[in-house]
Design a protein around this ligand. Structure first.
Ligand code: SF4
Length: 338
């Protein structure tokens, strides 16, 4: 049995539990505080979305969970507990052994994710190195999965190289490879960004179907709110390295509590009902993450900022049964953590 017996799909504990994670990047200009005090759960069998503008730290968080950070990354505090074990305390070989087994990832660009000089067959067989079975059995599984993700005539196409496939097909192949190992957690980093709108819908539906079939959890990073609404059960909204609001998708999309979440939703082209030639934007820019920050990280762009927002970083306030947000305006009686 590969799964840790202490943590199972029936356990009350989440599959992935990120707590107070702080991560810096060392740069010639100083330390960039890319993640600050980030806490997030991915429950068993659920899809959790991470949304936010570019530079919000969404992909950094996904890569931190996978253990695929560059050398200048430095986790300064916090934990990433997966199946009951803190990944940050594991040895490098133990952590590597989870990849392509319990943890799997789909990257934004399928062309760079696949090896251009090896055919699809060899790459799909290699990814099953943790699995039992002969090469022909692994090939048969690969063919079955290519069929599941909608690659026509997999028998004749499995010998092809990545450049023989369109962008949408390559991303389907990446999804097939990521799910072939039946991971407990699939991390998808902007998997539909490089695709056109029609293909995006197809890929989202495919992910949804396969997630239900395999029963895995998904951490889905995207800047596309419509895709998150379609696919996810829960969502975390990130801004400048912090999770400013999180909860069930229906609550966040229908009753956003944080000024940034509201602004983000107002800018979503899919929610604009009136005809317009100019799309709304959030005035101002994401602040530099160099150096220590005091006060609310969103204050330079927030229309509701008060003097307290300059001096004090807001704690976490409960705004619903399954929804928390970080904003001083939410009322002291709702404060759950500093
Ligand atoms: Fe705006 Fe202040 Fe709330 Fe931050 S804490 S979102 S600046 S009102």
């Amino acid at each position: 049995m590969r799964r840790d017996d202490s943590i199972s799909p029936t356990s009350a504990l989440p599959l992935l539990e990120i707590r107070r994670l702080c991560l810096d990047f060392g740069t010639p200009r100083g330390r960039v505080h890319a993640l600050r005090n980030v806490s997030l759960d991915v429950p068993f069998g659920q899809v959790v979305g991470i949304v936010g503008e570019s530079g919000s730290g969404k992909s950094t968080l996904a890569y931190a969970a996978m253990g695929l950070l560059p050398e200048n990354a430095d986790v300064t505090a916090g934990s990433i507990v997966f199946e009951g074990k803190d990944l940050l305390k594991m040895s490098a070989p133990a952590r590597r052994s989870l990849l392509g087994d319990r943890l799997s990832m789909i990257f934004q660009d399928p062309m760079t994710a696949l090896n251009p000089v090896r055919n699809i067959e060899s790459q799909m067989i290699d990814i099953q190195h943790h699995e039992q079975g002969s090469r022909s059995e692994k090939r048969a599984r690969a063919l079955e999965m290519l069929h599941r993700v909608g690659i026509p005539d997999p028998q004749s196409r499995i010998g092809g190289y990545p450049h023989h496939f369109s962008g949408g097909m390559r991303q389907r192949i990446c999804i097939a490879m990521a799910l072939l190992v039946r991971p407990a957690l699939l991390i998808a980093d902007e998997p539909t960004t490089a695709l056109d709108a029609t293909l995006e819908v197809q890929i989202i539906r495919l992910l949804k179907d396969l997630q239900k079939e395999i029963g895995c959890s998904i951490l889905f990073v995207s800047h596309h709110l419509g895709a998150v609404a379609e696919l996810c059960d829960r969502v975390a909204v990130m801004y400048a390295g912090e999770v400013v609001e999180q909860g069930a998708v229906r609550d966040i999309f229908h009753k956003p509590a944080h000024p940034y979440t509201r602004a983000l939703l107002e800018c979503d082209p899919g929610r604009i009902r009136k005809k317009t030639r100019t799309l709304p934007t959030i005035p101002g820019e994401v602040p530099s993450l160099l150096g220590n920050k005091i006060g609310c990280i969103f204050r330079t762009r927030c229309q509701h900022a008060i003097s307290r927002c300059v001096q004090e970083n807001p704690g976490e306030y409960r705004v619903g049964v399954d929804q928390v947000a970080r904003c001083h305006l939410l009322g002291e009686e709702r404060l759950v953590s500093a």
